[in-house]
Design a binder for this molecule. Structure first.
Ligand SMILES: [Zn+2]
Length: 348
């Protein structure tokens, strides 16, 4: 459950301070956090991808200064900025590659342009890695040494932390687990990336709505029909609500989704072997705070239990993420802090 976080005030906050940005296709969330990962301010600006990346970089520079002002600080008080951006990207090169959510921004040298407009040093990161790092630093993963965050939304974001370090891979594609193949058949579902059979084409929130829509179009009877006719949006949440009321089709879809997620999670357990795997994003149904969320998590764990090495099942935590929509900017700031500390000979 995304909690409403209180801002820590300037006198209570602990220096040094960091700014984090979570760049998305629609909005950019920008906030300041203190050395303990506590937010001091945040605000959002529209991305306006259609105006091009140079305009975006310029407005992100302004938004960084606005967040600093809202936190009661001066730019000179900020040690470093972290920018979490959607992939694909080239992290060492500081540029975007072909980000599906930022049309027209291909190959833009975003790290140096945003740093230029902000007048501050900047750490460039994958948005899913940044969110995972946020959970690792101050969220559900704060007791873990290695962990994975799966963000279940339009697609499936995956951020991997191994031994306290975000895993970028040698070509900045280390967390593209949403595009791992869970069905190799020629008629497998087509993913948003254009390839067939990928994990997110089955288990993302969008995929759940799509699978349900297809079943209804094929003539399956379901209480979902009445809900949709009455104006409800066909979403993963609606499907889960109807499953809870005993609708057989909705229940079948929810169980199938838990199976897909379980398969993906077991693949991650058997390759990375983390302390924990956290689920975040739209398809967490209110998390522990709601009966729906708790039941969904139990279903996913049951799938994992039946498919993973028993030795790992006993030792691997599967839980909800804690920071909600704040994980991205908090984690980006955390990755900036990590780089700042490394530059100053501090660990962690
Ligand atoms: Zn894909």
């Amino acid at each position: 459950m995304a909690q409403q976080r209180q801002f820590v005030s300037r006198p209570e906050a602990q220096a040094p301070f960091f700014v984090g940005l979570d760049l998305g296709g629609t909005n950019v969330k920008v906030g300041v956090v203190d050395d303990l990962g506590r937010p001091m301010s945040w605000h959002t600006i529209p991305t306006h991808t259609e105006n091009g990346p140079e305009d975006g970089a310029r407005r992100m520079g302004q938004a960084i200064h606005e967040a600093i002002r809202l936190a009661g600080l001066e730019p000179g008080d900020v040690a470093r900025v972290g920018l979490g951006s959607p992939g694909t990207m080239d992290i060492p090169g500081g540029r975007l590659v072909e980000p599906a959510n930022l049309p027209g921004w291909n190959y833009f040298p975003i790290r140096d342009r945003v740093a230029h407009y902000a007048g501050l040093p900047l750490t460039f990161a994958n948005d899913a890695s940044a969110a995972a790092y946020g959970e690792f630093w101050v969220g559900s993963g704060r007791d873990f040494h290695s962990m994975i965050l799966l963000t279940l939304g339009t697609g499936i974001g995956c951020g991997i932390i191994v031994g306290g370090r975000p895993l970028h891979g040698e070509h900045s594609h280390g967390g593209e687990f949403g595009h791992s193949i869970i069905d190799y058949h020629d008629d497998a579902r087509v993913c948003g990336c254009g390839q067939r059979g990928h994990f997110e084409a089955y288990a993302s929130a969008t995929a759940v709505a799509k699978r349900t829509e297809e079943a209804l179009a094929a003539g399956r009877a379901s209480s979902l029909e009445q809900r949709v006719a009455a104006g409800a949006e066909l979403s993963a949440l609606l499907v889960d609500q109807e499953a809870e009321r005993g609708d057989p089709l909705a229940l079948e879809i929810v169980n199938e989704t838990a199976r897909y997620l379980g398969v993906g999670i077991v693949n991650l357990m058997h390759s990375i072997d983390p302390d924990g795997i956290l689920l975040g994003g739209a398809m967490t149904f209110g998390g522990h705070a709601s009966g729906l969320g708790a039941k969904f998590l139990a279903r996913v764990k049951e799938e994992v239990r039946s498919r993973a090495y028993a030795f790992l099942v006993e030792r691997t935590v599967i839980d909800f993420a804690a920071l909600g929509g704040d994980a991205g900017f908090i984690g980006a700031a955390g990755m900036a802090r990590r780089e700042h500390r490394a530059e100053h000979g501090q660990s962690g």
